[in-house]
Write a protein that binds this ligand. Sequence first.
Ligand SMILES: [Mg+2]
Length: 209
Amino acid sequence: MAHQSPSRRERAKLLIPSMRVASVLDIDLDHLREQGVKGFIFDLDDTLVHAMEELAGDDVLAWLASIRSEFKVYIVSNNGSHLRVDIAARHLDLPFLAQARKPSRRFFRRALEAMGLPPNEVAIVGDQLFTDVLGGNRLGAVTILVDPISALEKKWHRRLMRSVETRMLKRHAYHQPIVRTLHPSSLGASAPHHPNADEPPSHHPSIGH
Ligand SMILES: [Mg+2]
């Protein structure tokens, strides 16, 4: 028992991130400064960019731009599409390595070399325990686990819908006895008007002048 448990415990520890936040926007930079962190290696999909979208949101773009003067930043992605990572990384104006096979440390080390930083001065940020956190911990970096952007969106959507529902129920309960379901098909009358083949196009401005 005494012989076996330490290694099992050590292995389990490799899956525990140094910190956990909802989004990269919530990363406590002061805390990282205190720990001597001078650079970030970010995962791409669902860490910086929604997995089903091509480009990062404006909030992530602005946040990354704001930390660039102080921290070195690199993207290391497991995504098999070099083009996908290239497009997203160019938009963020960040250097990247794709097809990294995390938790392998090979591409992390290449990024560290390019950044000129030792592992303990870098925070590795990602949404997956078995790639980002495991690889980062094996390397001896600070590791930060984020909630996947797509999951976060679902959570926000649920919360938003609940608050809309609550508000509507309250409003209707106090002022309107009849409640109608708010659905895009019921908004047809106020939807933007689109010309169709049956109508003369004369009232539309011409293009090219
Ligand atoms: Mg990811």
